[in-house]
Ligand binder design. Structure first.
Ligand code: FES
Length: 130
């Protein structure tokens, strides 16, 4: 997995795309964002702890399913930890590392996000595309 694999997915948002205001993500939880429709829809999640936010493709690498089953509802399994709703793989917010479960040692696919003037935006630069 390369750091910019997410960019090659259909409907991936470009750098600078505004997602929401930081306070629109519950502190200690996550919020999902979707781009496009149907089978090519790009689904990502942003997790927040205080002023920090981290983005990932919303795909668990166990069975390549979204982390959540219910729309917008993520299972928080402790401070800074999210549990996949399917088979309980548990990931850290800050680096997407799987600390427990069937893909222990694996990673979520990161999507860079930045907080600028309290807005959560897609990070990176257009020049990173290959
Ligand atoms: S699909 Fe996430 S743990 Fe199985």
């Amino acid at each position: 997995m390369q750091p910019d694999d997410w960019r090659r997915r259909p409907n991936a948002p470009g750098p600078g795309t505004r997602l929401c205001r930081l306070e629109q993500i519950t502190d200690g939880s996550g919020r999902e964002f979707k781009f496009g429709e149907g089978a090519d829809q790009f689904r990502m999640v942003v997790f927040r702890t205080g002023p920090s936010a981290w983005g990932y493709v919303n795909v668990c690498p166990h069975f390549w399913l979204p982390l959540n089953v219910l729309p917008g509802k993520f299972l928080i399994s402790g401070p800074g930890r999210v549990m996949c709703s399917h088979h309980s793989a548990t990931y850290r917010f800050e680096d997407g590392f799987c600390v427990d479960g069937p893909v222990k040692g694996g990673h979520l696919d990161p999507v860079p996000v930045e907080v600028v003037d309290n807005l959560v935006i897609i990070g990176g630069s257009p020049g990173m595309e290959s």
